[in-house]
Design a protein around this ligand. Structure first.
Ligand code: G4P
Length: 294
């Protein structure tokens, strides 16, 4: 397989997240805007159940705006509430609070109808590692982030942070596991840095990334690595050419391909190869399976 990683104990993880979800009224599911399909948890609908649920495409600053629009339309057609944000800069965070407040209005109305004294609506952020959960929590909590639990003499624990007029956020995110049984998704998770660099096969991941960059914007590759257009024709040669231009040479003038792969990967992650969305909305959402052990 592309990715060698054994998450284990998934049933236990599902149970734990379900316990978290029980405590809230609305669920915020964070996805990476570059990989909205690959960054989704395989059992998210089971975990969320019937709770109102908003999909947030985070890191929209790193994705292709056209693709983000297409993904937003896709989720909307599926009947989902969806919003693209950039939690690092805070762009879209206000709209997120508003959207969650809108989603929770029917709940408040129900409470009022039943004569229940309304309390704050509660929400939680769920998502796979590295999707930006902590960044978003910290931004939303803002000044309210001075938590009693951080003070000496208090045990650190979960807390509700007020993020809207009638809205509280659990300051601990729900960590979901990524879709590693789908090898195409796993490779894309690796490209974006969602899974640790030492658990996947760099060669096959980079083969896929280079192909996608080349298909999306060959000119960027040509400019970035000062290539001749014909050097793009052969995928085997392409990496070697890049390595040569970048001086990734070992003795005898042989190109250190692994070094070249790392350079291209870093360039993708640092926006040097454009804002490339890796998951296509019209792509077949097949699961490319490989043997994986849990
Ligand atoms: P997690 O809790 O879901 O595991 O994710 P976390 O907030 O730790 O964020 C993971 C990385 O993603 C961090 O980068 C964070 O800054 C970055 N990030 C989060 N949201 C956004 C976003 O909307 N846009 C962009 N461009 N980046 C985002 P890092 O390199 O680990 O840390 P740092 O160097 O940025 O501090």
């Amino acid at each position: 397989p592309v990715v060698h990683w054994f998450p284990g104990h998934m049933a236990k993880a599902t149970r734990m997240i379900k316990e978290y979800v029980k405590k809230v009224d609305v669920v915020i599911e964070l996805l990476d805007a570059r990989i909205p399909r690959s960054s989704a948890n395989p059992v998210i609908s089971e975990v969320v159940g019937e709770k109102p649920h908003i999909i947030v495409l985070n890191k929209a600053d790193l994705a292709d705006p056209k693709e983000t629009k297409a993904w937003t339309e896709y989720f909307t057609t599926q009947g989902m509430t969806v919003l693209a944000i950039d939690s690092k800069s805070g762009k879209g965070n206000k709209q997120l609070v508003k959207a969650v407040e809108r989603l929770s209005q029917p709940i408040i109305d129900k409470w009022l109808k039943k004569g229940i004294r309304s309390r704050s609506v509660r929400t939680i952020i769920l998502g796979i590692p590295n999707v930006g959960k902590s960044t978003l929590i910290n931004k939303l909590a803002g000044a309210a982030a001075t938590r009693t639990a951080d003070k000496p003499g208090h045990t650190r624990g979960q807390q509700w942070v007020k993020i809207g007029k009638n809205l509280e956020l659990l300051d601990t995110p729900g960590v979901l596991w990524p879709k590693l049984e789908d090898q195409r998704a796993a490779a894309r998770l690796a490209m974006t840095g969602a899974i640790s660099d030492d658990v996947y096969d760099l060669e096959s991941v980079m083969k896929q990334l280079l192909r996608q960059v080349k298909e999306n914007n060959p000119n960027l590759l040509v400019e970035r690595y000062k290539l001749k257009p014909e050097e793009l024709d052969d995928m085997e040669q392409l990496l070697e050419s890049i390595g040569r231009r970048r001086g990734c040479l070992v003795s005898g003038g042989v190109v250190d391909l692994d070094k070249a792969r790392r350079i291209v990967l870093a360039d993708y992650r640092n926006q040097k190869l454009g804002n490339l969305t890796l998951d296509g909305v019209d792509e077949e959402p097949v699961i490319i399976e490989d043997t994986i052990e849990y």
